[in-house]
Write a new protein. Structure first.
Length: 292
């Protein structure tokens, strides 16, 4: 029988960018209420520079309070070795390192490349010498990135394999909500990329679904939601997608959302050495999106 371990991250992820700071005593009461509701693992805060994220300035005190709750596994996030040392000193049972698979997101978020972050986690693992606390490597932007767009699967796998060498656990984090779920299982993902040249600014989309769930309308609905997000939230006037010419099911699904064929791109998709497939370029103008 499968088991699912829920780790509530609200006290950290839900508050770190909040404009209004939550009082420390209110945080404590919230965490106590979460534990009383049956949650036995909570990420209570992050050990980051208070000047950068004032909402997390009281994390050491929050950890101390959480440790007083019987049966609660106390988790804290650390973006670097210094944060790890502070989290360990505070007594956190588990420390999570965010290691973004997106180069652009990683540099923006922690001022290190993905490879540099892997080495940062390696240093922390060496410092504890196999003792407590637990270390988790969380591969963020595993399904896509709003900054970089597409995140190559090979990069995600490579980073996860490296972290598995010295971490107690490795997680794949859908940082921006690009994974496609069906009955609690990940059955695909949607990603996008952006041409930032002012004269040509537009976005492209990649969509993958497990063949086992084809025919259920998941692709159409996922694409519709993503297109609406890119048009409404990011202001794109034109979107493109490029399925194989022979993928009639995908093309029909894209047509339902409003995409129109523009032209054939010869020898566009390489499936195996020496084996090429033609791609069909399709585009969608903002006003043509079929929202219903």
């Amino acid at each position: 029988m499968r088991q699912v371990q829920i780790c509530e991250v609200g006290p950290r992820d839900g508050l770190q960018n909040a404009k209004q700071l939550m009082p420390t005593e209110t945080k404590k009461a919230w965490i106590s209420a979460l534990a009383a509701a049956g949650l036995n693992e909570i990420e209570v805060g992050s050990f980051v520079p208070p000047k950068l994220i004032p909402a997390m300035a009281d994390t050491a005190e929050i950890v101390k309070h959480a440790l007083s709750i019987k049966g609660l596994k106390v988790v804290a996030l650390a973006p670097n070795v210094k944060g790890f040392e502070r989290a360990r000193e505070a007594g956190a049972h588990k420390i999570t390192f965010p290691v973004s698979a997106s180069h652009q997101h990683s540099v923006s978020n922690v001022r290190m490349t993905p490879d540099q972050m892997v080495e940062e986690v390696r240093k922390a693992a060496w410092m504890r010498r196999g003792k407590a606390p637990e270390i988790e490597g969380a591969v963020s932007t595993a399904f896509g990135c709003t900054m970089q767009g597409n995140v190559p699967e090979d990069d995600v796998v490579r980073i996860a394999v490296q972290l598995a060498e010295f971490c107690d656990g490795v997680a794949l984090a859908d940082t921006f909500g690009y994974a496609v779920l069906l009955e609690g299982e990940i059955v695909g993902y949607a990603q996008w990329w952006e041409d930032t040249q002012p004269l040509y600014r537009h976005a492209g989309i990649d969509l993958f679904l497990d063949p086992a769930v084809h025919g259920r309308g998941l692709g159409t609905e996922t694409l519709r939601v993503l297109c609406a997000h890119l048009i409404d939230e990011h202001g794109f006037h034109r979107l493109v997608i490029d399925p194989e010419v022979e993928n009639e099911a995908a093309i029909a699904s894209f047509r339902k959302v409003g995409f129109k064929p523009v032209g054939v791109m010869r020898r566009y998709i390489r499936e195996a050495p020496g084996e090429w497939k033609d791609g069909l370029l399709m585009d969608l103008l903002a006003e043509e999106l079929a929202r219903d």
